[in-house]
Design a protein around this ligand. Structure first.
Ligand code: APR
Length: 231
């Protein structure tokens, strides 16, 4: 029985692939007002702006690729039952070969009906644009399949169950600023080792965390060494 390795990732996981984080200097929220592009109210007020914001981010996916951190995590599937819980909406974990990826905040490559949220569509890479007037099969406008601020996080309960069962828990590239995702760490049983990979200091309520003060690629390499010793 392989040990259960659970990894919570955030925007820093994709930084070395060239995708900006949100709260580092020059991050996405420095350039775009969150309330205008990542809230239901923003979409209601100016849907074209919101659709364009996500079209731009979706287009960027065509030019980036998984980094050594994504690839290093995927390779751990050989030795562990690996579950990735990501706040990221990019598809770099999947493209690196990870097979169990749970997207807490939705997925850039998917859109859904505004009239029936069970109608979710995968966009092919070349067909990455969604415009005002693009409708689902029932005639409702399509919207990004993204969890906006103020919206429910439907996958959170499943993520809690995964965190509760972890034999090892790892946090990579998240400032742990946004709930409920940031609260996941509190569901990890007290006796389970927690590693946190980030080049900067990250404050967390858990005191028993092993900090690896590095970027994702170097940090995952160091983590693999530590896990191999224990394994
Ligand atoms: N490797 C690892 N971590 C990095 C790197 C790197 N190369 N570069 C930066 N980081 C770290 C930063 O130090 C920071 O702690 O990544 C973290 C990024 O934090 P945020 O920008 O706040 O991103 P994140 O925590 O994923 O944001 C959570 O907020 O805006 C919402 O829905 C959005 O999912 C996002 C959520």
């Amino acid at each position: 029985m392989k040990r259960r390795l659970v990894v919570l990732t955030g925007a820093g996981m994709s930084a070395e692939s060239g995708i900006s984080t949100f709260r580092d200097s020059g991050g996405l929220w420095d350039k775009y007002p969150v309330e205008q592009v990542a809230t239901p109210e923003g979409f209601a007020a100016n849907p074209q702006l919101v659709l364009e914001f996500y079209n731009t981010r979706r287009k960027q996916l065509l030019d980036v690729k998984p980094n050594e951190g994504h690839l290093g995590l995927a390779a751990l599937e050989k030795d562990f039952e690996l579950r990735i819980i990501t706040q990221n909406v990019d598809n770099l974990h999947e493209r690196a070969g990870s097979s169990q990826v749970l997207h807490l905040h939705g997925e850039l490559t998917k859109v859904r009906s505004t009239g029936d949220e069970s109608l979710v569509y995968e966009l092919s890479p070349e067909n990455y644009e969604v415009k005002w007037g693009d409708k689902c099969e029932k005639g409702f406008q399509l919207r990004p399949h993204i969890v906006w601020f103020g919206e429910a996080v439907p996958m959170f309960d499943e993520a809690v169950e995964v965190a509760r069962l972890a034999d090892v828990f790892v946090v990579i590239g998240t400032s742990l600023n946004v709930y409920p995702a940031a609260g996941l760490i509190n569901y990890v049983p007290r006796d389970i080792p927690i590693y946190l990979i980030d080049p900067k200091e990250v404050s967390t309520s858990r005191k028993d965390v092993f900090f690896i003060r590095k970027g994702a690629s170097e940090g995952v390499k160091e983590l693999r060494g530590k896990l191999r010793i224990e394994n």
